[in-house]
Write a protein that binds this ligand. Structure first.
Ligand SMILES: *Cc1c(COP(=O)(O)O)cnc(C)c1O
Length: 422
């Protein structure tokens, strides 16, 4: 459910016209609905009502400070994967006791920062990372609360590039090595073993892989407890899929929660969740303007002013994003079949192939739907295209929450060495 709909013939975010926003900020831009963001956290939290659970928003899905602040005000914490994300979460008001730190390549500097902030948990992904974290903690006179991220060797996720829980993936510690790692961790003075963590992938649209992974992890908890480890937390990661409007449906959070109640509730642990896409995905759209309707040899290209540098998901993961005109088309309007492409000089700069939509003309606005997660956060300035603005809507109000940088800002960090100046 989201808050983007036609009103009076124009696509609105809540009560704000996307046409009016485009007029004010220019195109392309991302637009988020505050009501949708809030709703999704509530629905997710509601699904786990009665259980002791921390919902830690996966910051990489949408790291805008205003977005994190909205989610924090709904009681969400943060799952971070870098020092930068940790600083963002803190700057947006997330308490340190609601932050978990994931990722295979944490640096010692990032570990020291997270220890100084007093975060809730490190999700440790390897034996050498454990040793490094112990050394950093001991040198600071601190103890790091940890869970090991277990790789359950389960295939899941909407695309190979977003599957993280197979033995061949770089993530987590091998299922078969977990017990020796827990034993080692228990002997380290800078480490405080608290839990088990698992995150098997993203855009997972069936419950079966979750069930397989969570069952393995529940068995592991029993084994670890039998060996004397006080396992009090279970982090089940993120990964719950959403509907992108291409016919593939995703489980409702209530169905996902029912599965977890069955498997995890009997363990008597505090649960941690790291949802990203499920919270932010359909809370955002990417608004773009048609530049040209270009006839090709055997196809028709609709060239828009957004490119793969603004929204890379179709190029990176073959993702589907629904594309609709901002001005509501007449039901009888003629349709055409387009390849919808951006201006970037790459053949992979394609948003949609052979997509049937109402005929669109140069100057008209369209919206790529469900672009609130892994959209702005994966954007780059490739082709020296400035990052596009992000706009937040609340009712009829809207505000720019990240503005378009100027050319001078884009090149501000660049220097020309003296020897090149003649
Ligand atoms: C990316 C990521 C998530 C969020 O995944 P979603 O599919 O967006 O829910 C959660 N945990 C970890 C460790 C991640 O890397």
């Amino acid at each position: 459910m989201h808050h983007f709909a036609y009103r009076g013939g124009v696509l609105h975010a809540e009560d704000a016209s996307l046409e009016a926003i485009a007029k004010a900020v220019g195109s392309p831009f991302y637009c988020y609905s505050e009501a949708t963001l809030r709703r999704h956290v509530r629905v997710f939290k509601q699904a786990f009502a009665g259980l002791d659970a921390l919902v830690a928003f996966s910051v990489k899905a949408n790291p805008n400070l205003a977005v994190i602040r909205i989610l924090a005000s709904e009681g969400a914490g943060a799952d971070v994967v870098s020092g930068g994300e940790l600083k963002r979460a803190r700057a947006a008001g997330v308490g340190p006791d609601m932050i978990v730190f994931s990722g295979v390549g944490k640096t010692r500097e990032e570990m020291a920062l997270a220890l100084a902030e007093g975060i809730y948990q490190f999700n440790v992904e390897s034996a050498p990372e454990l040793e490094a974290l112990n050394e950093v903690a001991v040198s600071k006179g601190a103890r790091a609360a940890i869970a090991f991220r277990i790789n359950p060797d389960v295939r899941a996720g909407g695309h190979d590039k977003i599957s993280t829980g197979k033995a061949a993936d770089k993530f987590g510690v091998a299922w078969g090595r977990a017990r020796e790692l827990y034993a080692r961790a228990a002997a380290l003075p800078g480490i405080d073993v608290r839990g088990v963590d698992v995150h098997i992938g993203s855009q997972i649209s069936e419950l079966a892989p979750f069930e397989a992974a969570f069952t393995r992890v529940a068995d592991l908890i029993a084994a670890l407890r039998a060996e004397g480890h006080a396992i009090e937390r279970l982090d089940l990661g993120g990964g719950l899929g959403i509907s992108y409007g291409d016919g593939a449906e995703a489980p409702h959070p209530d169905e996902y929660a029912a599965l977890i109640r069955r498997i995890a509730a009997p363990l008597g642990v505090r649960l941690i969740f790291e949802p990203g896409r499920m919270i932010a995905g359909n809370a955002g759209v990417l608004v773009t303007r048609v530049l040209y309707d270009k006839p090709g040899e055997d196809r028709r290209f609709l060239i828009v002013d957004a490119g793969m540098n603004d929204l890379i998901r179709p190029a990176l993961y073959d993702s589907f994003h629904k594309f609709i005109p901002v001005v509501e088309p007449d039901p009888a309007a003629p349709e055409a079949v387009y390849d919808i492409v951006g201006p970037v000089c790459e053949s992979s700069d394609v948003f949609a192939k052979a997509r049937r939509t109402p005929v669109m003309r140069a100057g008209e606005l369209g919206a790529f739907m469900t672009a609130g997660a892994y959209g702005a956060s994966q954007a780059s300035q490739y082709n020296s295209r400035p990052l596009i603005p992000e706009v937040l809507v609340n009712g009829a109000r809207w505000a720019i929450i990240r503005r378009r940088p100027t050319f001078e800002e884009m090149v501000a960090g660049e220097e020309t060495p003296d020897w090149l100046v003649v």
